[in-house]
Design a protein around this ligand. Structure first.
Ligand code: SOE
Length: 383
């Protein structure tokens, strides 16, 4: 069958520009899809840097203004890899120009903006994705499949963490290149939108909708120099956030995220406790899923560790031979595969979050931030 090229224009050549470019480069080597990504245009403000990136990653052309990129006839899809405060403008312009959109997480700065993006997207009928990548790791997808089969029995608890320590120095400036995540004007929020949003996406995917939350946040360092102005500005992001939640299925949850957990670089975890079985996962050992089966006779019952690398585990059969490991970058390849598969068969159920699904996650983040402000339980809006 002849392949159908999807010519992608990527906006942003930073960390996410690289993960997505790697995914587009690898996809066809390992997966069979009718639609295939083509690295058509890379866009970024510095002409030198964008040219260097295009050469390194094999893009056909470059742009220095995303407003020009979205108008190009040789581009079918816009992939947004820029700071959060630009997602709305780029996505809306891309939609107005009839382009599919793949957008980095979180969808928007808040639910209000997100809803406008969803409405425009859905009115256009164009395919769309938000890059919540961790759900595409084989062990996380396996957890989803086990829960979806009902194997855990009634689910009582969900708990998840995302712990880092990279912003602990009070000498670290806020804002500007690489540090925009510390500036609420660019990021929308701190760990809530940056880290907990990933945990919320996985939780909603695996365990269903979250209906209400009670949260607290803390900003430990109150002022930092802003890179753009050179002046000291108040810090308005949340450095840490913890919240309790209730799921629609009756289970309860506890989520924690911080950038002040000395020693932890990216400790993303979840554990799910059902009546019959429990599951537990940790990004630092991402190929393993811990599994406790209460039906095993007492003498030999205990936590087992599934090395999710066999040929019949999710995605792994397309890579190397059983037992060999995959990494962080594969989650983006799998996300791109799922998007291409949904273009092959638009009626098939989607394994990736589209704009509306990501709006649900945005609404949980909004409710968390509101609860932290008011000290009250907050009901989560339906997306
Ligand atoms: C922040 O340090 C960060 O890079 C997030 O922005 C990513 O979304 C997360 O996957 C890893 O941590």
């Amino acid at each position: 069958m002849s392949k159908k090229p999807v010519r992608i224009g990527v906006v942003g050549y930073g960390f996410m520009g690289r993960t997505h470019s790697n995914a587009y480069s690898q996809l066809e080597h390992f997966f069979e899809t009718d639609h295939v990504p083509v690295k058509q245009v890379i866009c970024g403000r510095s002409e030198d840097k964008v040219k260097e990136f295009a050469e390194k990653w094999g893009y056909a052309d470059t742009e220095t203004d995303w407003r020009e990129l979205v108008k190009r006839d040789d581009v079918d899809a816009i992939d947004i890899c820029t700071p959060n405060n630009s997602h709305y403008d780029i996505a809306m312009a891309a939609i107005a120009n009839g382009k599919m959109v793949l957008c980095e997480k979180p969808l928007a700065l808040n639910g209000e903006q997100g809803l406008e993006m969803v409405e425009a997207m859905e009115a256009s009928g164009l395919p769309n994705l938000v890059w919540y990548n961790y759900r595409f790791l084989p062990a996380v997808t396996l957890a989803k499949n086990i829960v979806a089969r009902g194997d855990l029995g009634r689910i009582y608890h969900y708990r998840a963490n995302f712990l880092q320590d990279w912003t602990m120095s009070d000498e670290l400036p806020q804002g500007g290149a690489a540090l925009w995540r510390l500036d609420a004007a660019s990021a929308g929020s701190g760990v809530t939108g940056d880290l907990l949003a990933h945990n919320i996406d996985c939780a909603r995917w695996i365990n269903g909708d979250i209906v209400s939350v009670s949260a607290m946040t803390e900003t430990f360092i109150k002022e930092r120099i802003h890179q753009d102005t050179g002046e000291v500005h108040p810090v308005t992001i949340d450095d840490a956030c913890a919240f309790l939640a209730r799921f629609e299925n009756g289970s309860t949850a506890i989520f924690e995220s911080t950038r002040y957990a000395r020693g932890h670089k990216a400790l993303k975890t979840f554990e799910i406790n059902g009546h019959d079985k429990s599951l537990s996962w940790d990004l630092h050992d991402l190929n393993r899923l811990a599994y406790f089966d209460h039906d095993v006779p007492g003498e030999t019952r205990g936590w087992s560790s599934i090395h999710v690398s066999d040929g019949d585990h999710p995605y792994t059969g397309n890579w190397w031979v059983p037992g060999l490991c995959l990494g962080y970058e594969h989650s983006f390849v799998h996300g791109a595969v799922e998007f291409m598969k949904s273009l092959d068969d638009p009626s098939a159920e989607k394994a990736y979050p589209d704009f509306r699904n990501a709006l649900g996650t945005q609404y949980v983040c909004d409710a968390v931030l509101e609860s932290a402000k008011t000290g009250q339980w907050v009901d989560v809006k339906r997306a």
